[in-house]
Design a binder for this molecule. Sequence first.
Ligand code: URA
Length: 232
Amino acid sequence: MRRLDQLLANLGYCSRREARGWIQAGRVTVRGAVNDDFGAKADPADVRVDGEPLDHPDGLLLLLHKPVGLVCSHEVREGPNVYSLLPPRWRERNPPVTSIGRLDKDTSGLLLLTDQSELVHRLTSPKHKVPKVYRATVGADLSPALIPLFARGTLVLPDEKTPCAPAELKILSPREAELTLTEGRYHQVRRMFASQGLEVLALHRARFGHLELGDLPAGQWRELPPDTFAVT
Ligand code: URA
């Protein structure tokens, strides 16, 4: 049960003050009857605004094909962000829609977005070892010696103390590789290749756990069923 004015504000409809106006104006019904008491509590499933059910009252989980050029930060000083691709109402939600882990501005590919902080913590925790698959194009030829090096779990990146977890490298062509990581350190793919003298020229995340982008075009998102990451 949630307070009506708070519910509308948290779902991004309007400010709490405006919500009180909407409720007093009779735009909000609970189980079919107008309720003009903005402090009343109701089950979100019973509430309608202008006759319409509430917009995702139980939370959002989205799979986005992130294009290059957008950041995952909400900080406006960091430039245009991935949230600008979402409908305006979703950008006003509280808790805010945020990314599950981050991709760099220059990285494209599969990015999950949600307003469920429990999911963010669970899926970004190194404890859970969610495999993430990246395709990298590098600036010089790849040596097969990188395969056992990355797999060993002994590679310590500059300025770090603990080695990277074992990572699977597949060489696809002389300058293209697929790297599977189970952790998500800052700029990890770029830094792992850089530690071996290779610059990453293009980076794309193709998979996150069991999820793939499929033919979703860059800049587009699709909703995922709420039980996608249900704990069994
Ligand atoms: N590793 C990187 O270097 N960049 C990303 O965006 C993701 C993983």
